[in-house]
Design a protein around this ligand. Structure first.
Ligand code: F6P
Length: 319
């Protein structure tokens, strides 16, 4: 194998740069050239390539975002788009592709693999909603970002004895909400995987206030409801003063944690190793402290389960 490509696709996640760096350096170490493809699959169609050198990935391990930039491409999903992408890859002499992204990005990688382009996926999304890996790159950083924000909100929540509804990202999954909720000692954690009633939420808040609590922190996953509606209903049912904060894209930025950098470095190195050994159509995961390799196809029919034990513990601790 003489030349491989690397791209980041879908929502960016802190640690993607560390993964790019690991792919580039591992490949060059093994005598393989690397082309960086800018703006994900959109760049693949537009032939937006750049040859990567050892120096091109210097000074990026600590930076959030992705130096290759990212995008979501509708054209790539069409038959014509896919053929164009394969032609571009072949014309450039790219013999293997590392795709760093989430579920949608892996669907594209699987399609390319079917058309004879060896691909390896690296899970990069703050949502942590990819099955067959305990963690995806960016999740740990996003959780830490939420915790930092909630620490600050707590100060003012206590001073004013208010109830705060804090909406966090995660699409249809509640992993960010659960982990950050536990780390923040939130009174209530609302996730799409677990049904809830506003009455139940209100009862819990009121029992807390009766026992002398000075504030209430509710972490709401974006897939579990609209924070402003939830806040309004709680206000109407309890008469308490509520405030709503949507943390939004703040959660996608920032310097990656050491955990995300190490995870990304290991996955990047492994992706190159797999391509060099003729492996394709796989995703690298991190399960119980070890790198594992899974067929991309298996990912599309599976769902990442919520950590039930942690969810149950959260309820116990927030009694
Ligand atoms: O998948 C990452 C994510 O940040 C989700 O948590 C969120 O729902 C979505 O992307 C936001 O997408 P956009 O950046 O296109 O608004």
């Amino acid at each position: 194998m003489k030349r491989i490509g690397v791209l980041t696709s879908g929502g960016d996640a802190p640690g993607m740069n560390a993964a790019i760096r690991a792919v580039v350096r591992s490949a060059i170490y093994n005598g393989v050239e690397v082309y960086g493809i800018r703006r994900g699959y959109a760049g693949l169609l537009a032939r937006d390539f750049v040859e990567m050198s050892l120096g091109s990935v210097g000074d990026i391990i600590h930076r959030g975002g992705t130096i290759l930039r990212t995008a979501r491409s509708e054209e790539f999903k069409t038959k014509e788009g896919m053929e164009k992408a394969v032609n571009n890859i072949k014309q450039l002499g790219i013999e293997g592709l590392v795709v760093i992204g989430g579920d949608g990005s892996f669907r594209g990688a699987a399609e390319l693999a079917k058309r004879g382009v060896p691909t390896i996926g690296i899970p990069g999304t703050i949502d942590n909603d990819i099955p067959f890996t305990d963690y995806s790159i960016g999740f740990d950083t996003a959780v830490n970002t939420v915790v930092e924000a909630v620490n600050k909100i707590r100060d003012t929540a206590t001073s004013h004895e208010r109830t705060f509804i804090i909406e966090v990202m995660g699409r249809e999954s509640g992993h960010i909400a659960l982990y950050s909720g536990v780390a923040c000692g939130a009174e209530t954690i609302l996730v799409p995987e677990k049904p809830y009633t506003i009455k139940g939420v209100c009862d819990k808040i009121m029992s807390g206030y009766k026992r002398g609590k000075l504030h209430s922190i509710i972490i709401l996953a974006e897939g579990a409801g609209n924070a402003f509606e939830v806040g309004q209903k709680i206000k109407e049912m309890t008469g308490l003063e509520t405030r709503v904060i949507v943390l939004g894209h703040l959660q996608r930025g920032g310097t990656p944690t050491a955990f995300d950098r190490i995870l990304a470095s290991q996955m990047g190195g492994k992706a190159v190793e797999l391509l060099l050994n003729g492996v394709s159509d796989k995703m690298i995961g991190w399960v119980k402290g070890e790198l594992v390799v899974t067929d991309l196809e298996k990912i599309f029919s599976a769902q990442k389960p919520l950590n039930e034990e942690l969810y149950n513990l959260a309820s116990v601790l927030a009694i």
